[in-house]
Design a protein around this ligand. Structure first.
Ligand code: EPZ
Length: 416
């Protein structure tokens, strides 16, 4: 099991290049299933979940040629429409092959993802939507067995907002017969990035980014060359780390327009932020002020930034309230932050944080991707040494994070 050893008390200063977005790359790679031609993707982040998705697609018969931050996918020879449990259990986003397989091949066998650390995370809305489009679906032995002669368009209203649910059904609809309307659709930038890639492949999609997306099915999609958007959660993570350590950093290759709610909260915490083109500069002088947070679907404050901000609130001036409305168990980082001396009390989906002047280094354990980032941030501000264990969680969703942090002045190293 690999660990990160962090020596606290060093300000972050300098410039860091933001990588391609994990949560845009994952659905966009699945779009390669929808065509027999080559999909060339640029700005692909080099992280574990992307490697896992490439392996899954190759197992299905997609030919993948990987390069430096890019890859070419060709699904012409795809002959095994299956996503086995051992792949899906390590990466829930594998569910995103379901819609594309069904609409291109008329059948799919995809393992149910099962729960994960942050919640039960069912996929009932994905299944309900596909049935509305004419799929026959039955579930046995933990697998979703789906067949469809040809999916047809449908009007689908999501009971609640689902990012991958929206993405799965959008991909199913692009080759379906007729018009599909997704109501109460997710508005996340990653949904828009997927839609833009599908449109580049010849799909007919309108309304991505709003809560109503209209897809007119076409006979086939052609290949395309597409560059994945910058990762807004990696961006937010570095900005919070700089704010927590009282530093001054500039992000490059970033997209501030996908970060409004996060930048607003950082300004409320006392950071000075300047945006010019694809560069975001943050400077924090003195101790941050505590800020209240309530997670909600985009464009509101993202649940994927909740844990990182809790580390900031843990050392901020004043007390704060953090409400997690998306996942039922996304406070796993709290007990680890408490080991570092954080004063946090949980009442249901609400955490009350009393800011401390500083934290005390300790050994802590990562439990999920963003919780790991929260512990790294806390370790950088704690006095003394912090060891973060089980950092495979971190490697799933951040590209070379300790190299990027070290280049900004953090004292952080990986040990086996
Ligand atoms: C996506 O997960 C992201 N993952 C998550 O990022 C992110 O936290 C989440 O959206 C919310 O923004 C990817 O894009 C690969 P949801 P997803 O469907 O699509 C419930 C990270 O750290 N729900 O929007 O799985 C669900 O239980 C990851 O990068 C149903 O009840 O999330 C949750 O409470 C973590 N039935 C809520 O909806 C369904 O069929 C939102 O889930 C689907 C979802």
């Amino acid at each position: 099991m690999q660990k990160l050893v962090i020596e606290g008390g060093h300000r972050l200063n300098g410039e860091v290049r933001i990588s391609g977005a994990k949560n845009a790359a994952l659905p966009i790679m699945c779009a390669s299933i929808l065509t027999q031609e080559t999909l060339h993707l640029g700005n692909l982040p080099d992280m574990h979940d992307v490697a896992t998705m490439i392996k899954l697609l190759q197992q299905m018969g997609v030919v993948v040629e990987s390069g430096e931050q890019e890859a070419r996918f060709n699904g012409a020879a795809l002959n095994k429409p299956e996503a086995p449990y051992d792949m899906v259990k390590t990466m829930r986003a594998a569910i995103l092959v379901l819609g594309p397989l069904l609409t291109r091949f008329g059948e799919a066998r995809v393992s149910l993802p099962g729960g994960c650390a942050i919640g039960s995370r069912p996929v009932d809305l994905h299944i309900k939507g596909l049935i509305a489009m004419g799929a026959q679906i039955h579930i046995e032995h933990g697998y979703i067995h789906a067949t469809a002669k040809r999916l047809h368009g449908a009007r689908i209203c999501f009971d609640l907002i689902s990012v991958t649910g929206t993405e799965n059904l959008m991909m199913a609809a692009v080759l379906a017969d007729g018009v599909t309307v997704l109501e109460n659709a997710a508005r996340e930038p990653e949904v828009v990035d997927l839609a833009n890639c599908l449109i580049a492949m010849g799909a007919n999609i309108e309304g991505a980014g709003s809560d109503k997306i209209t897809i007119v099915g076409v006979a086939k999609l052609h290949g395309a060359s597409y560059s994945v958007m910058p990762d807004r959660i990696e961006s937010g993570t570095f900005l919070v780390a700089a704010a927590a350590t009282g530093g001054c950093i500039t992000l490059t290759h970033a997209r501030a327009d996908t970060l409004d709610s996060v930048l607003d909260k950082l300004r409320e915490a006392g950071a000075t932020i300047a945006v010019s083109g694809d560069r975001i500069r943050l400077e924090m002088t003195g101790r941050p002020k505590a800020v209240n947070l309530r997670t909600a679907p985009y464009p509101a404050f993202p649940t994927d930034m909740q844990a990182q901000f809790m580390a900031l609130n843990a050392i901020a001036e004043g007390s704060s309230i953090v409400v997690e409305t998306i996942f039922e168990n996304r406070f796993m980082h709290v007990q680890e932050l408490q080991r570092l001396g954080a004063q946090i009390e949980i009442q249901g989906n609400t955490a009350v944080i009393q800011g401390c002047v500083t934290l005390d280094g300790a050994t802590v354990m990562a439990t999920d991707l963003r919780a790991s980032a929260s512990l790294v941030i806390a370790g950088m501000v704690a006095q003394g040494e912090t060891v973060v264990d089980r950092i495979y969680h971190l490697d799933r969703g951040y590209e070379r994070i300790e190299a990027k942090l070290s280049a900004l002045g953090a004292k952080i190293r990986r040990i086996k």
